[in-house]
Design a protein around this ligand. Structure first.
Ligand code: ZN
Length: 302
């Protein structure tokens, strides 16, 4: 490969984003280059799960692409569904009340340590998939959040080293059934785990070089802006979250941490404004991407 070609490829790689495309359960790994070309990289031998991240994730794929980019099939994304950006992880951990204004709209105090809970991994879906309102649900709410994917095994990692253990960043909409979350006895997990309550995507981007200070995070319902903030408003930054969570459990490559939502959730309105069948939920984070989902009834999907 000549010097010029090599430089061109390196530029492509530095800004590449990962995605998964295809029917539910049959997704294939892909990359989107800085120029917007989408390539099928299934020939690299890994889907984006634990083994892929153990192999080095982005770095592994960079090396592989330097040798194989020209042989990768080009994908027309208009013809494919986008799947979740990772295969099913060992766990999804979410962080509650991590923006001051959101804590105050829910009537809660700002936590003095990260408040964490789990979401079932069966709730994971593609970022453009329909949100299915669970049967009997009248209080389903949205929460746009920055999510990270862990890149290596972490046990009691220091805050200083924590970002180096993050493989990449994506967006999670931490959908929540507020009645089930609060009033059905027990933990948040009941209201956080219905099928489709954890879309992940549209892309996975590198954490290295990401602008955690000024990146805007936003969400609209039917075109109306409901949530808008910057990631700098997080109470506990990402490195603190990863360090703290890894003190309490082992984080495996591919695990997902969703880092909390800004103010503007449906619960915060008086009266509350929960999601209804037919609503469109659009959201995004600067530097990662944006997506939209339609709200449908569980029954219409059975
Ligand atoms: Zn949340």
């Amino acid at each position: 490969m000549g010097g010029l070609d090599l430089r061109a490829s390196l530029t492509t790689i530095l800004f590449m984003r990962l995605l998964r495309f295809g029917k539910k359960g049959q997704e294939r790994p892909g990359v989107i280059t800085e120029q917007g070309r989408v390539l099928d990289v299934s020939a690299c031998g890994y889907d984006y799960g634990e083994e892929f991240f153990c192999q080095g994730g982005f770095s592994f794929l960079e090396d592989w692409l330097l040798r194989h980019e020209s042989q990768c099939p080009v994908v027309n994304l208009n013809e494919h569904r986008l799947g979740p950006v990772v295969t099913r992880p060992s766990k999804v951990i979410a962080v509650g009340l991590n923006y001051r204004a959101h804590a105050s709209e829910t009537g809660a105090k700002v936590p003095t340590a990260p408040k964490i809970f789990m979401k079932a991994t069966t709730a994971i879906c593609g970022s453009g998939d329909d949100l299915l309102l669970p049967e009997g649900s009248e209080h389903t709410d949205y929460e746009v959040e920055l999510a990270c994917v862990i890149g290596r095994v972490c046990r009691s990692i220091s805050q200083e080293d924590a970002l180096s253990a993050v493989a990449g960043l994506t967006i999670c909409n931490d959908y929540s059934e507020r009645d089930w979350q609060k009033n059905w006895c027990g933990q948040f997990v009941k209201g956080k785990s219905a099928d489709t309550f954890c879309p992940l995507g549209p892309y996975l981007v590198r954490a290295t070089g990401f602008d955690f200070d000024s990146s805007r995070i936003w969400l609209k319902v039917n075109g109306e802006l409901r949530q808008e903030s910057t990631l700098s408003q997080m109470v506990f930054p990402l490195d603190r979250l990863v360090a703290e969570i890894s003190r309490h459990m082992t984080l495996l490559p591919g695990d997902v941490i969703s880092t909390g939502t800004p103010s503007g959730v449906g619960l915060g309105f008086e009266p509350p404004r929960f999601l209804r069948q037919g609503d469109w939920v659009e959201y995004g984070i600067d530097g990662i991407g944006e997506t939209r989902q339609q709200v449908t009834c569980q029954k219409s999907h059975d």
